[in-house]
Write a protein that binds this ligand. Structure first.
Ligand code: NAD
Length: 327
């Protein structure tokens, strides 16, 4: 491919991915599968690496999430809500481990968690009382969906300690609830949700909290965003603490000593995931030591101390060659 062809292709991929992201994040009605989206994004990143000068300002490789819906109050995040970089195979995981070791000068333990396929939310508490809940939005500004989040029974309105804390978690719709919802929609001749992730996002981004209340949503809290007056040294400790405060955390979490153990954990979930009552789209691997997390820091889009291992796609993937250059 010469430079002109690359430019055409890069523009085409950028436009197409931005349109897909709009349907996925804003309208909650995806036009393509996640696997297809991820493959196209990788194709775009390859081209951007070959021709950095052609990379556009609105490239999806640089942006988190989607636009904010006007119907909600905007919430400025004190701590940004970022995306995660992806690993698609063992080699990507070993590269991640090598980078972490090179940048911190020593090996690390990794916290491995199921990557719940739902909607990232942040929950703020003052003196132990729930005061604000918001979507990730574009990572910097999210949507105030407090009233909807209050309808999720597993979100405590009052914590076991009078603490000022902000936690992050994934709100989701269990598989069974999703099936029931789509059955009811089908009976009424309404448009079905494509998957539980979109059903959860669509339910929480409604103005009327009665809708969210009927949708049987749930949450797993997976990290602390901000905490006043208490120190925690590791991610594992943070999870134990939020658990004690009364939040729901995922029990399948495991701390692994080596990257080989991480790979074994990821492989173990390839088959077992079908038996879970909720959908996961991968495994999130985080450096457990919070001091090392701080040293590693962030890129514009994601933390350098974490990576999402994505399960291999079960369906056919569109590749660059399948897309017409002539647009
Ligand atoms: P991401 O979903 O790959 O990773 C970041 C998110 O993981 C976090 O925001 C958080 O919500 C979630 N998460 C779940 N469990 C977690 C845990 N235990 N710890 C930490 N985070 C956890 O990143 P993204 O930027 O939200 O979106 C990219 C994803 O969205 C890709 O999988 C892509 O396929 C999909 N997407 C699909 C389309 C489409 O048209 N099908 C369009 C855009 C994006």
């Amino acid at each position: 491919m010469n430079r002109n062809e690359a430019k055409t292709q890069l523009n085409h991929l950028t436009d197409m991915l931005n349109e897909y992201a709009y349907h996925y994040y804003v309208l909650d009605t995806p036009k393509v599968s996640d696997a297809e989206y991820d493959q196209l994004l990788r194709d775009l990143i390859d081209l951007e690496e070959q021709y950095p000068e052609l990379k556009r300002d609105d490239s999806p490789s640089e942006r988190v999430g989607g636009e904010i819906l006007d119907r909600f109050q905007k919430v400025q995040h004190d701590v940004p809500m970022l995306s995660l970089s992806n690993a698609f195979n063992d080699e990507d995981l070993r590269d991640f481990d090598r980078r972490v070791q090179q940048n911190t000068g020593r090996p690390h333990r990794y916290s491995c968690e199921l990557k719940i396929d739902g909607l990232a939310v942040t929950l703020k508490y003052e003196k132990g009382r729930f005061i604000l809940g918001a979507t990730r939005g574009d990572g910097t500004v999210g949507e105030d969906i407090t009233s909807n989040l209050k309808t999720i029974p597993s979100i405590p309105l009052r914590l076991n300690e009078e603490v000022d804390i902000e936690v992050r978690g994934e709100a989701f719709m269990p598989k069974r609830s999703f099936e029931r919802l789509n059955e009811a929609k089908e009976e009424k001749g309404e448009q079905l949700f494509a998957n539980p992730r979109n059903a959860a996002a669509g339910s929480l981004r409604q103005l009327d909290p009665k809708i969210a209340a009927k949708r049987n949503l749930d949450i797993f809290v997976y990290s602390i965003g901000q905490l006043k007056g208490k120190e925690v040294d590791s991610h594992y400790e943070a999870l134990q603490y939020v658990d004690r405060l009364g939040f729901k955390t995922n029990r399948e979490h495991k701390v692994c000593d080596t990257i080989d153990d991480v790979i074994a954990y990821c492989e173990g979930w390839l088959d077992k995931r079908a038996d879970l009552p909720y959908e996961i789209d991968g495994i999130v691997i985080k450096v457990d030591d919070l001091g090392a997390q701080k040293d590693l820091g962030f890129t514009a889009k994601s933390p350098r101390w974490a990576i999402a291992y994505k399960f291999p796609a079960e369906e056919v993937i569109t590749t660059l060659e399948d897309i017409e250059l002539n647009v």
